[in-house]
Design a protein around this ligand. Structure first.
Ligand SMILES: C[S@@+](CC[C@H](N)C(=O)[O-])C[C@H]1O[C@@H](n2cnc3c(N)ncnc32)[C@H](O)[C@@H]1O
Length: 216
């Protein structure tokens, strides 16, 4: 049976004033390829850079940037419609936050060994086997992430989806990552946590959140 997930509906629904938000955002990087290898010039410091892939409406990355001024944050989102909603929600921005409208497949052209941590929050699960390469923890993407990381590679992931979580544990391990933390009920742990938009919805429904921190 074919059905639309809520994330698909959010992506498809057109935001009427989308162009206004995208054109007038001070922290949206319009030409990210130009800054490959030069992101310290964007932030005007050498602080570590953390990347969120699939930032959605931005709750997680905005709060992380607000509470960690000593870290620079870059959020990417594939759909401009969704990104415009994030900008509308957070019009002011922060000095240590930048966002980009980008498909993760193109990340290799945007960063050159400049990232220390990657966050994957409630990534699309792509449950069918024929779509497994589209999962953001498939070896296709892990290979892309290799060229982004500076030194130690760190991936932090949260998801409600047990299928995606299990396949990520396997894929990360097979790719040489070590699992530093694995938790099947984040709310019952003492792991410090900033909730994303999807996470807030799932927690309200009583859904358990899976968490992993892996490094290589
Ligand atoms: C289910 S939503 C979760 C949004 C947010 N991370 C949260 O937890 O509330 C997944 C998001 O990832 C984005 N996304 C999916 N594949 C992507 C890709 N290849 N590159 C960038 N963003 C992607 C989708 O457009 C969507 O906004």
């Amino acid at each position: 049976m074919f059905y639309l997930e809520s994330s698909d509906i959010m992506r498809l629904r057109n935001l009427k004033d989308k162009d206004f938000w995208l054109q007038n955002c001070s922290y949206l990087i319009q030409d990210p390829y130009h800054y490959q290898g030069k992101w310290s010039e964007v932030f005007l410091n050498n602080h570590p850079i953390h990347l969120e892939i699939g930032m959605g409406k931005g709750d997680f990355i905005y709060e992380m940037a607000r509470s960690h001024p000593e870290i620079n944050f870059v959020g990417i989102e594939k759909y401009s419609n969704v990104l415009a909603r994030a900008i509308k929600k957070y019009p002011e921005g922060l000095p240590n936050l930048r966002i980009i409208c980008l498909d993760a497949l193109k990340l290799e052209q945007v960063f050159a060994k400049e990232i220390t941590t990657i966050y994957l929050n409630f990534s699309d699960p792509w449950p069918k086997k024929r779509n497994q390469d589209r999962r953001l923890t498939s070896k296709v993407f892990l290979h892309i992430y290799d060229s982004l990381f500076q030194g130690k590679k760190e991936i932090i992931m949260k998801t409600d989806n047990l299928g995606l979580f299990a396949s990520s544990l396997v894929s990360l391990s097979q790719y040489g990552y070590l699992l530093e933390e694995v938790c099947l009920n984040l709310a019952n742990s003492d792991i410090p946590n900033v909730m994303s938009e999807y996470e807030k919805k799932f927690v309200k429904l009583g859904v358990k959140i899976n968490y992993l921190k892996a490094f290589k």
